[in-house]
Design a protein around this ligand. Structure first.
Ligand code: C2O
Length: 544
């Protein structure tokens, strides 16, 4: 095993897109940021130096960080932010994980521009469960804003309204042919006729889930969220913020140029729906050499933005290839309802109350809208025994029973606020049913759990029925994910073994929902032995 050293300088960098230049926060001046490559078993040492004007921390999305929450990164959860002028070195090892992951800023909206790929190859000599092509290509799906995303966030925070939607979707930072001033830089993915390539597709959008398709070409899914899947052939896939999907694509069409396109699935809450399309070009090498080719590539058909059936069928169709088996028994059974909400204002005419009908937006799990501490991080408070920073009374079931996906009475739209954690004993076998609600509206929520990956054992529409639904769970070959969408107006059931002590954030990976409080955290206690306990924090861990 090797140790890889990186230096990440956080800085403000002028970047031009859509005919206009503005400053965004980058790592080392690159947008998207640098790609990290390693093998299973390797270690990483990443020194982060903050030369920007904002607090920041970085998260290595999907890496388990066994016993090492200090390297996980979410601001005020496992660490205080790295302040302007400060630095922090993330040190961690990759333990029994391989596939496609990514890293991103985990402070306010900074991940809009601060993100990159994190690719884990198998150990030397260890095979892939499919025939691995010679060539691979990584596509980071993103969003572009017409000004500093932090200003948009501040505006949304101040007014209590929904944040402005992005002005373009991007692939590796490029909007592509269908946007102003973007044709020159459209991303190109070269292929030889008849060859198969591996595409690593990363859902690094801020607030938007996307459909993705390639004209005239099938895709065979072989992995998702750094876990292998049984091969699944599809024309279209849906990828939410936080998810990754690996597909094999064979260049078996007449040599030419074919668009790869991504467009919105569901629209951001209360925002004008954006039906624009980001494109890259799959370019057969023989075809690109032809002179004078001016005709546009073929565009793939993409489902309508409200085509929930296609999205849900794709996600539910994935089957895992995990060597670890899902536990048939469970020790802890949790039921979390997830939804948006509105907080009433005493003065609805106030400029701070620009939500619908003079309210402010909120979002919650089991009616608790999560509030991050400011004085220190949850993990530092826990480790040092600082009282008063959080409580451990997060409700294991909804505080009120009602028809969650029915017509929810307005009186139930208002969440309470709190910093509530749920305590888990080391080694407990946990099941969580995540239930969408129709409070304000039904939406797909890509839910991400830090420090773990989990089996997705079931999903459905309507309210989860504890009497009949568990009998239909897939305990044979469920896929392993770290981020799973709760279907709009439906539910999803996940299972995991609580074998990673520490404090681990769980939240909707749509950043506007996260900002409104759609989050909670688990406190997983140390096991009986030292090798089952959180390691001591590094000396340079930032203080608040
Ligand atoms: Cu990808 Cu809490 O984040």
């Amino acid at each position: 095993a090797e140790t890889h050293y990186h230096q990440f300088v956080i800085q403000s960098t002028p970047v031009k897109r859509l005919c206009k230049t503005h400053n965004i926060i980058t790592v080392n001046g690159q947008f998207p940021g640098p790609t990290i490559e390693a093998r299973n078993g390797d270690s990483l040492v990443i020194r982060v130096i903050n030369r920007a004007q904002y607090n920041i921390s970085l998260h290595w999305h999907g890496l388990r960080m066994l016993r090492n929450p200090w390297a996980d990164g979410p601001t005020y959860v496992t660490q205080c932010p790295i302040q302007p002028g400060g630095s922090y070195t993330y040190r961690y090892s990759i333990i029994n994980q391989e596939g496609t992951l990514w890293w991103h800023a985990h402070t306010d909206f900074l991940r809009a521009t601060v993100y990159g790929a994190l690719i884990i190859y198998p150990r030397l000599g260890s095979p892939y469960p499919f025939s691995m092509p010679k060539r691979e290509f990584t596509i980071l799906l993103g969003e572009w804003f017409d000004r500093d995303p932090m200003l948009i966030l501040r505006q949304a925070r101040f007014t209590g309204a929904a944040p402005n939607v992005s002005v373009a979707y991007t692939m590796n930072g490029q909007p592509g042919d269908f946007y102003r001033c973007s044709t020159q830089d459209t991303l190109r993915v070269p292929v030889e006729a008849r060859e198969t390539i591996l595409l690593r597709i990363i859902g690094s959008t801020l607030n938007q889930e996307l459909y993705f398709s390639i004209a005239n070409h099938q895709m065979t899914v072989v992995g998702a969220d750094a876990a292998y899947t049984k091969p699944l052939t599809t024309r279209v896939l849906m990828i939410g913020p936080g998810q990754t999907i690996n597909v094999l694509v064979t260049a078996n069409q007449p040599p030419g140029r074919y668009y790869m396109a991504a467009r919105a699935y569901q629209s951001a809450m209360n925002a004008p729906f954006d039906n624009t399309t980001t494109t890259a070009i799959l370019e057969y090498k023989s075809a690109s050499r032809k002179k004078g080719q001016s005709s546009r590539p073929i565009l793939p058909a993409l489902p309508a933005f409200n085509d929930t059936a296609t999205s849900t069928a794709f996600t539910a169709g994935l089957r895992g290839l995990s060597k670890v088996k899902v536990s048939k028994q469970i020790d802890v059974s949790l039921y979390f309802i997830v939804g948006l909400g509105l907080i009433n204002c005493t003065n609805p005419n106030s400029p701070r109350c620009q939500g619908p009908n003079g309210t402010r937006f909120a979002a919650s799990m089991n009616n608790v809208s999560f509030v991050l501490p400011r004085s220190t991080s949850l993990m530092q408070a826990y480790y040092q025994g600082i009282p008063g920073v959080f409580t451990t009374d997060f409700p294991p079931v909804p505080p009120l029973q009602f028809n969650y996906t029915g017509n929810v009475p307005r009186g139930l739209w208002t969440p309470s606020r709190g910093t509530k954690l749920y305590k888990l004993k080391y080694g407990s076998r946990v099941q969580i049913v995540l239930q969408d609600t129709s409070i304000v509206t039904t939406e797909d929520h890509p839910m991400h759990l830090h420090g773990y990956h989990f089996f997705v054992v079931g999903s459905g529409f309507g309210n989860f029925n504890p009497a009949t639904d568990p009998a239909k769970f897939n305990l044979v070959d469920p896929p392993v994910r770290n981020t799973i969408g709760i279907p709009p107006g439906g539910w999803v059931a996940i299972r995991f073994l609580a074998d990673n002590p520490g404090i681990w954030f769980m939240h909707c990976h749509i950043d506007s929902h996260l900002g409104w409080g759609l989050a909670m955290a688990f406190l997983v206690e140390n096991g009986p032995s030292r090798s089952q306990s959180v390691i001591p924090p590094p000396a340079d861990l930032p203080q608040c």
